[in-house]
Design a binder for this molecule. Structure first.
Ligand code: ATP
Ligand code: FE2
Length: 359
């Protein structure tokens, strides 16, 4: 049976163990990471202190309608080589200086993931360096841990495609709650697109929400630690057709959706007896979400941690950093096992790097 004190010890060990390993080795390590799960293709290079030497990216924005996986993959294929070149230039390093090459193995859109994986395999083979397959959701968490200094948080991971409440328990990162339908970012993007605001919807909804303090009743759907947003989307689009003010609707979507997320995060923190909450994913850039979670945390005597925006959104540096942790603990992939996994679950990841530190 997992117990909280054992786990606190393991997590406390993490920083000490990594310093010890690096001290013993006495060399600087470099890892390049490729992110390509959805709209964004990114290339990051980090060292063993998680100094971000480069974090280059390009985002596919469809002219009309939603994201088409094949079109996004074509965008990524066109941009990946220039991004890799520019990352090496920014970092002032050479491909031969790398210790490992990491890529987002999933979850995400198949064609996009395959494009990133192909580039990573080619680079790893060309310079004869180990290949590391990273879980995208775990990468959001690891970059948040190292950059904010929190130790054993509940992570509220809120992006376009994902909405999950994650924490480390019983040797794995586990999902305690998640969306039962669409991600919260998807709710904001679909609403914004449906009412003609454009893409990405999150910042546009945030701006209009700031112009209203009126609340319109919208479906509030929480089931245990899970949430659902598609009912709210349908209701908000209907209300817009009926002539409700766009500002009022934006404000109400934010208040309702973020209250749901705050509620399930608090439930997870209470259940796990945690006093830290870490935000990650593009929606974590939202000021209202941050202030609601901050209020909840303050009420519980807990602390909130939010990485800088460039590391909250999808980015190559978080893949490089998680890849470096995995590489250090010997978690490599044979090319023939480097197939992407569109449904790669957070709790499928063998967290070798914490175990290695704990031994
Ligand atoms: P994932 O594969 O993790 O689902 P993604 O393609 O959604 O990734 P992210 O960069 O993590 O990528 O997040 C993008 C989302 O964040 C979009 O839905 C966007 O509308 C939302 N977003 C960005 N800024 C804000 C903001 N200020 N407020 C609310 N949402 C935001
Ligand atoms: Fe993401």
């Amino acid at each position: 049976m997992w117990n909280i004190s054992t786990e606190k010890n393991l997590c406390g060990f993490r920083g000490w163990a990594s310093d010890f390993i690096m001290g013993a080795i006495g060399v600087s390590m470099l890892c390049l990471g490729i992110e390509s799960t959805a709209h964004t293709v990114g290339v990051g290079i980090v060292d063993e202190k998680c100094r971000v030497l480069a974090n280059e990216s390009s985002t596919f924005s469809p002219i009309k309608g939603g994201i088409h996986p094949r079109e996004a993959a074509n965008h990524h294929a066109e941009n990946i080589v220039p991004l890799i070149r520019s990352a090496f230039l920014k970092a002032g390093t050479d491909p031969r200086d790398l210790d490992a090459v990491a890529f987002s193995m999933g979850p995400g859109l198949g064609p996009c993931l395959r494009t990133g994986a192909t580039a990573a395999r080619a680079l790893a083979l060309a310079v004869d360096k180990p290949l590391v397959g990273v879980n995208h959701c775990v990468a959001h968490l690891e970059i948040g841990l190292v950059k904010t200094g929190c130790r054993n948080p509940v992570l509220l991971y809120v992006s376009g495609g994902n909405t999950q409440v994650i924490a480390f328990a019983e040797g794995r990162y586990r999902v305690f709650g998640e969306t039962l339908d669409i991600g919260v970012g998807n709710l904001l993007d679909k609403f914004a697109r449906g009412v003609g605001l454009g893409f990405p919807g999150g910042p546009l909804v945030e701006r209009l929400a700031g112009e209203s303090s009126n609340l319109v009743a919208l479906p509030y759907s929480v089931k245990g630690m899970d949430v659902a947003f598609s009912g709210m989307l349908t209701a908000a689009l209907e209300l817009h057709k009926d002539g409700k003010s766009l500002q009022d609707l934006c404000n109400s979507i934010q208040e309702t959706a973020f209250a749901m997320l705050t509620e399930v995060s608090e439930r997870a923190m209470a259940h796990l007896d945690r006093d830290e909450i870490l935000l990650g994913g593009g929606v974590a850039c939202n000021r209202r979400l941050k202030s609601m979670v901050e209020m909840m945390a303050a009420d519980r005597g807990a602390r909130i941690f939010v990485p800088e925006a460039a590391l909250c959104v999808d980015n190559g540096a978080m893949i490089a950093w998680t890849g470096l942790l995995m590489h250090r603990s010997g978690s490599h992939l044979d090319i023939r096992d480097s197939v992407i996994n569109q449904r790669f679950r957070t709790d499928q990841v063998d967290v070798t790097w914490i175990r290695a530190g704990a031994q």
